[in-house]
Structure formats: structure tokens, C-alpha cells
Design a protein around this ligand. Structure first.
Ligand code: SF4
Length: 380
């Protein structure tokens, strides 16, 4: 645990949720109305975490990358551009996102214009960015926002379809100036190293410690600047492997760096035991259409289109065996035996639908049924 002499220049303020209360008192919907308190040099040293040092902001002002959705420090971002860029950036590389973001804005410069688009057009414009559920949610969001306007606080934004805690905090912080921390993978890595925060930080007490650390980190500062600077530091300097501590503005007080073992943090999530899932899946072809079904509650692809299982249809003749497809989703190990048939069915069960082949790319969001179709000789 850090002693007072180690804490020079930082605000150590965490004891239970005291840091959170201190920040909540300053929440304001507009950046210009902020009451950002003057940084105090030091407070009681109890445990983690600490306030972001000014060296981080100085580093950021000279090293920040120019991205099309960014605005100069202190200038609020456009909320639609923030929602769009954060949605596109989820599990997609920045080099891919930047040109696609600009193309998208050329098509739909505002949330109102996007809200009037057809789902097919949105899905087609999203092609190659993965996870089509994200663009469906984006369209649902746009329709709500065009009708009701933008909520200005993270807790309200989180109620929008597909908007999780991170994206809600990004919009609230960058566009509306709420004093709220953002925690993505980069922030988690930086803070876990700076404070040498041990344990699983993705859930339970570890997650709460990380949230307290992130709240204290922005206290007394402009949250939008500190959030962005910390993410940038994680992306450019505090890399998962071989962090560049020699050129890091946090090096002097980073506990993991001082201990000479920055890569010990963040500590890996405990592995969940793998679950095996097996099924016989049917690729039923009728001229140029494939039979699909919506996955139900309790299924892995819940709510999405997938292929029917053999047990769900009564066939007169045995289908062709096309072999096995193996796939992994989170901790599930999946083995599908792929069967193919051209048998004419009479009535199809509820929840199933014939899908013309040209529409398959927009209906099948998961790569698992796509692999199955490929295995059956019906590539999409
Ligand atoms: S000093 Fe090293 S480990 Fe610590 S934040 Fe900087 S790059 Fe990361």
C-alpha cells in the first residue's frame, strides 16, 4: 500500500465510495457549467485509487491522434457522431472504422436522417463491420432519439437499445459534459497498472474497485479530457505487451512500473469451464430459398436467425450428411453435424421462414450458421 511519501502529487481519495460521492456533487449536463474543483495535492492515504496527474493531460495535448469524430479539448462532441463512432469501434480496428465512419456520415449526417432510413439500407452500409445486431440497435436508437431527443446523462442513455455503460458514458462525457468515468479495455489496463489493482476487474468486488479508481481518476478534472487521454495512453503507450514505461507520463507514480512488472496487470479473468454443445442442423433448400428459424430464449443466438435443427422438422427421406462444423462462442464449444435436404415441406413450423439466398447475408449475423451453409455447399 502506498504511504504518503509515495503519493506525492496525487489525490488518494478512495475509502469505500467516498470518491464517488465527491464526484456526484459536481455533475452538470453542460461542460461550461462545470464546477471542477482545484486539484488538491494530497488527501488521506487509504488505499487506491488516485486522481489523474496533470502530466497525463499535457502528454495528451501533444500526442493525441487526429480522428474525424474528435473535437479540440474543451469543445463538446456531436452526440450522433459519438454514438456512431463508439458503435463502429466495438471490436473493429480503428483503421477500418475511420473511412467507414466518414462514408456513413456522408449518407446520414444526422440522427434524424438516419432514423428515416430502411433497415436493409443500414445493414448494407454496415457490411464488413460485423455484428449486425449493432446496426439494428443503432437504427432503433435513432428512431427513439429523433422522436424524443437526446438524454444528457449516462444513466438515461443506458436505457437506449444496445447502449451499454461504456457508450453511455462516452456520449454523456464527450457530448454533454457529464463528470462520469469511462472504462474500456485501455482504461482498465492503465488504471490496473497505475494502482497495481489485483484480481478479476470484470465483475464482483474487483469491478467495483476499478469503478472507484476510475471515478477518483477524473475527480477535479475535465472528465472528457481525462477519459480520452487515458484511453489514448492505453492505445499508444501502455500496451498489453511491452508497455513503453520509459516514455509514459505516469511512469513516476505507476505502481506496476515501479515494481518492474507492469505486464502482471491486469490479472487474467479466471477461465470458465468450457461447455460442449452438439446438434444436428438442417440446411433445407427450396429452389433459391433456405429455411431459417429464430433462436429462442435460452439459446446461444437468442433472437437471431439461424438454421433449424433436424429434430424440429419431419422429413420423409434421410438428408445428406455434409460433415461437422466446429465453432466456439465465449466458453461454449459447438459441434454441428450439417445435414442437407431438398425435400418439399408442407406447412413449416411457427418461428421459421423461407429466406431468399440474396437476403442471407443480412439475416444471418453469426458466423456459425454461415459456416454451416458453407459446409452444405451453399456459401453466402
Ligand atoms: S508507466 Fe508503464 S505500466 Fe504504468 S501506465 Fe505507463 S506505460 Fe503503463
Amino acid at each position: 500500500m502506498a504511504g504518503p511519501s509515495e503519493a506525492k502529487g496525487f489525490l488518494f481519495s478512495y475509502s469505500g465510495d467516498s470518491g464517488t460521492r465527491a464526484v456526484e456533487g459536481r455533475v452538470s449536463p453542460r461542460r461550461e457549467n462545470f464546477q471542477i474543483s482545484k486539484p488538491r495535492e494530497m488527501r488521506s492515504v487509504t488505499d487506491l485509487p488516485m486522481q489523474a496527474p496533470l502530466s497525463l493531460e499535457r502528454w495528451f495535448s501533444s500526442r493525441r491522434r487526429d480522428l474525424p469524430w474528435r473535437t479540440p479539448p474543451g469543445v463538446p462532441r456531436d452526440p450522433w457522431q459519438t454514438l456512431l463512432s463508439e458503435t463502429m469501434s466495438q471490436q473493429t480496428r480503428l483503421e477500418v472504422v475511420v473511412p467507414r465512419f466518414e462514408q456513413w456520415l456522408a449518407l446520414w449526417p444526422s440522427v434524424e436522417e438516419f432514423s428515416r432510413s430502411q433497415e436493409e439500407d443500414a445493414l448494407a452500409a454496415w457490411a464488413g463491420l460485423g455484428y449486425y445486431s449493432r446496426v439494428r440497435n443503432l437504427l432503433r436508437c435513432a428512431r427513439i432519439l429523433a422522436q424524443e431527443g437526446w438524454p444528457r446523462f449516462a444513466h438515461q442513455l443506458r436505457k437506449l437499445p444496445g447502449v451499454g455503460p461504456y457508450t453511455a458514458a462516452a456520449i454523456a462525457s464527450f457530448a454533454f459534459g457529464e463528470q462520469v468515468p469511462m472504462i474500456d479495455g485501455n482504461v482498465l489496463r492503465v488504471l490496473s497498472r497505475v494502482g497495481a489493482i489485483a484480481g478479476d476487474l470484470h465483475g464482483g468486488p474487483g469491478k467495483r474497485r476499478l469503478e472507484a479508481a476510475a471515478t477518483a481518476w477524473i475527480s477535479g478534472r475535465d472528465a472528457a479530457v481525462v477519459n480520452e487521454a487515458t484511453m489514448e495512453l492505453g492505445a499508444l503507450v501502455c500496451l498489453p505487451r511491452s508497455p513503453m514505461c520509459h516514455s509514459c507520463p505516469l511512469a513516476e507514480t505507476c505502481r506496476a512500473c515501479r515494481d518492474g512488472q507492469p505486464e502482471r496487470f491486469p490479472q487474467p479473468k479466471p477461465r470458465r469451464e468450457a461447455t460442449d454443445l452438439e446438434a444436428e442442423v438442417l440446411v433445407l433448400i427450396n429452389e433459391d430459398r433456405i429455411l431459417l428459424r429464430r433462436a429462442g430464449a435460452g439459446e446461444l443466438l437468442k433472437g437471431h436467425w439461424t438454421l433449424p435443427e433436424r429434430s424440429q422438422l419431419r422429413l420423409e427421406t434421410p438428408p445428406d450428411d455434409c460433415g461437422l462444423v466446429r465453432h466456439a462462442i465465449t466458453h461454449h464449444r459447438i459441434r454441428w453435424r450439417i445435414l442437407r435436404s431438398r425435400e418439399r415441406l408442407g406447412r413449416i413450423p411457427d418461428g421459421m421462414e423461407w429466406c431468399p439466398r440474396p437476403l442471407l447475408p443480412t439475416r444471418l449475423v453469426s458466423s456459425l450458421p454461415r459456416k454451416a451453409l458453407e459446409q452444405a455447399g451453399v456459401p453466402i
